[in-house]
Design a protein around this ligand. Structure first.
Ligand code: FAD
Length: 437
C-alpha cells in the first residue's frame, strides 16, 4: 500500500547503497512527510559459514564501511538521517519504527533464502499495520519488462541476450526530490562499526592491488567518469578485458555494483552518452554485453532458487566430488602445481580482488582438475571477494563446474591460458616473486 503523506517512512538499505537511481528511496520520500534511513551490519554476515570461512572477510567489510560512511553523507544532503546498527535487523528495526513513528518501510526486493528469511523475521517483530514496499532495483532490465517470465527463462545466455536486446528496453533513471529542510531534527547517535567491532583484522592496501579504490557512491561515480570520459578506456575495453594487472584493463565496477552503490542502469546511460559524445564500437557494446551476464545470473537465481547452492547445480549432475582438505588448503594458499593458479589465489588473499580471467582459471582448476566440491571454492570466494554477489558468484561457479548453464562441459587448460594471457610471466612474477621466480 502506498498512501500519500504517511507520517514517517523508513528506507531500509540493503544492497542498494546509493541515493541516485534508487526507486525505494524515491518512493519513500514521495510518500511521506519525513523519511529516515537504516542500515544494519548484520552479525550473521560476519560469522563462520558451513565450510569454515568467515562469510565476509575484511576487504569487503572495509569496502562496506566506506560505502556506509559515504551513504550517510549523501543522505545528509537530502536531510535524511541514516541510523546504523551492528545488530540483526529483526532486533533493531522494530525498535526504530516504534521510536520514530514509522508507518511504511521501503526496501529493495530480494529473493535468495537468506534475505527472505531476514525480511520475514523483521515482519514478525513489527506491528501488522506496517507495510513493506519492495522494488526490484538491481537489474539492468526490470523483471516486468522482459519478454518471458522467470519460468520460461532461456536455458542459454545467448538466447536470453538476443531476446532482451530485441524486445526490451532499459527503464529511465530514477530521480529524487530532496526533502524539505524545515523538518524537525532527529537525534541520531548511532555509529558505523570499525573492522575491529566486526571481529575482523585490519587491512593494509597491497602496493600491487588492481583494486585500489574506496567504497561508496561518490567513488563509484568518479570511477565511472574516469574510465569512460577521462582515460576513455571504455573505447578499448573489448581488447583489454582479459588483462590481469593494474586498474585499467577492465572497468572494476563490480564491487560498487554488488552492494548497489552504483546501478547497472547508470552505467548503461553513461555508455549511451559516451557513444553520442565520442564513438560507438565493439568495446562500448561489450561492456553492456557483460552487464547482461550479470542480469542473466540474477534471473537464473530467481528461477532456480536454492538450486544454485546445491552440489548438482541446475543440471542435477552427479559428479564424483572430493573434499580433500589438503588440496583445498594448497589452492587457497597458492601452493598447487600451477603457478598461474597460485598467483591468482595469492592476489585474492592479499587484496580481495581477482580478474575475471583469473577467476575462470582457478575455479576450473578447483572443480575440474582437482575435482573438489565446487561449493567450497564458491564459499571461499564469497568470504574474500570485495565484489561478492550471490547470483554472479554461484552462477559463475556452477557454470565453470559444469553444473550450470554452459551447454559445453569445458575444462580450462591452465598452462595454455597462462601462456596466452601472461605470455612473459609478468603477472605470475608479481604475485609469486617470493616463492618461485
Ligand atoms: P568488467 O569486465 O569491466 O565487466 C563489467 C561488469 O559486467 C562487471 O562489473 C560485472 O558486473 C559484469 N560482469 C562481467 N563479467 C561477468 C560475469 N562473468 N558474470 C556476471 N557479471 C559479469 N562477479 C561479481 O560481480 N561478483 C562475484 O561474486 C563474482 N564471482 C565470480 C566467480 C567466478 C568463478 C567467476 C568466473 C566470475 C565471477 N564474477 C563475479 C564475474 C566477473 O569475474 C566479475 O564481475 C568481473 O571480473 C568484475 O570485474 P570488472 O568490474 O572489472 O568487470
Amino acid at each position: 500500500m502506498q498512501t500519500k503523506q504517511d507520517e514517517n517512512t523508513l528506507i531500509w538499505f540493503t544492497n542498494n547503497l546509493r541515493i541516485h537511481d534508487n526507486s525505494a528511496l524515491k518512493k519513500a520520500i514521495k510518500n511521506s512527510n519525513q523519511t529516515i534511513a537504516v542500515y544494519c551490519f548484520d552479525p550473521r554476515q560476519f560469522e563462520t559459514s558451513t565450510f569454515g570461512f568467515k562469510k565476509t572477510e575484511n576487504y569487503r567489510a572495509q569496502f562496506l564501511i566506506e560505502t556506509i560512511t559515504d551513504l550517510r553523507q549523501q543522505l545528509n544532503t537530502l536531510n535524511i538521517p541514516l541510523f546504523v546498527y551492528t545488530e540483526k535487523p529483526e532486533h533493531c528495526i522494530p525498535a526504530l519504527i516504534k521510536n520514530q513513528a514509522i508507518s511504511n518501510i521501503y526496501l529493495q526486493q530480494e529473493w535468495t533464502d537468506e534475505a527472505v528469511f531476514i525480511l520475514n523475521e523483521v515482519k514478525k517483530n513489527c506491528p501488522q499495520t506496517i507495510s513493506f514496499i519492495e522494488s526490484y532495483d538491481q537489474f539492468l532490465f526490470h523483471p516486468e519488462d522482459i519478454p518471458f517470465n522467470t519460468e520460461t527463462l532461456p536455458k542459454v545466455f545467448t538466447v536470453f541476450r538476443k531476446q532482451l536486446e530485441k524486445q526490451s528496453s532499459v527503464r529511465p533513471l530514477t530521480h529524487i526530490d530532496s526533502q524539505s529542510t524545515d523538518l524537525k531534527t532527529i537525534e541520531n547517535d548511532t555509529k558505523i562499526p570499525t573492522l575491529e567491532d566486526l571481529g575482523l583484522g585490519q587491512i593494509s592496501r597491497h602496493p600491487n592491488t588492481a583494486f585500489p579504490f574506496k567504497g561508496g557512491e561518490t567513488e563509484a561515480l568518479k570511477r565511472l567518469h574516469s574510465y569512460f570520459f577521462e582515460t576513455k578506456k571504455l573505447g578499448v575495453y573489448k581488447k583489454t578485458r582479459n588483462g590481469l594487472i593494474g586498474t585499467e584493463f577492465s572497468s572494476k565496477f563490480s564491487p560498487w555494483l554488488a552492494n548497489g552503490s552504483l546501478s547497472a542502469k547508470q552505467i548503461y546511460y553513461e555508455v549511451n552518452r559516451f557513444e553520442k559524445e565520442h564513438f560507438k564500437n565493439e568495446s562500448t557494446y561489450w561492456l553492456l554485453f557483460e552487464l547482461l551476464w550479470r542480469d542473466y545470473f540474477k534471473y537464473v537465481s530467481l528461477k532456480h532458487g536454492n538450486q544454485i547452492f546445491k552440489l548438482g547445480g541446475l543440471l542435477n549432475k552427479n559428479y564424483d566430488w572430493s573434499q580433500d582438505s589438503t588440496k583445498i588448503k594448497q589452492w587457497i594458499d597458492g601452493k598447487t602445481e600451477e603457478p598461474f593458479v597460485n598467483a591468482n589465489m595469492l592476489e585474492l588473499k592479499k587484496t580481495g580482488w581477482m580478474s575475471n580471467r583469473g577467476r575462470q582459471n582457478v575455479a576450473s582448476y578447483f572443480a575440474k582438475t582437482l575435482q573438489l566440491d565446487w561449493r567450497i571454492g564458491a564459499s571461499y570466494f564469497e568470504s574474500l571477494l570485495i565484489d561478492y554477489d550471490v547470483h554472479s558468484n554461484y552462477g559463475n561457479w556452477m557454470y565453470v563446474a559444469g553444473v550450470g548453464n554452459d551447454p559445453r562441459d569445458r575444462k580450462f587448460n591452465v598452462k595454455l591460458q597462462a601462456e596466452r594471457y601472461d605470455t612473459n610471466g609478468k603477472y605470475q612474477r608479481l604475485w609469486l616473486q617470493d616463492t618461485l621466480f
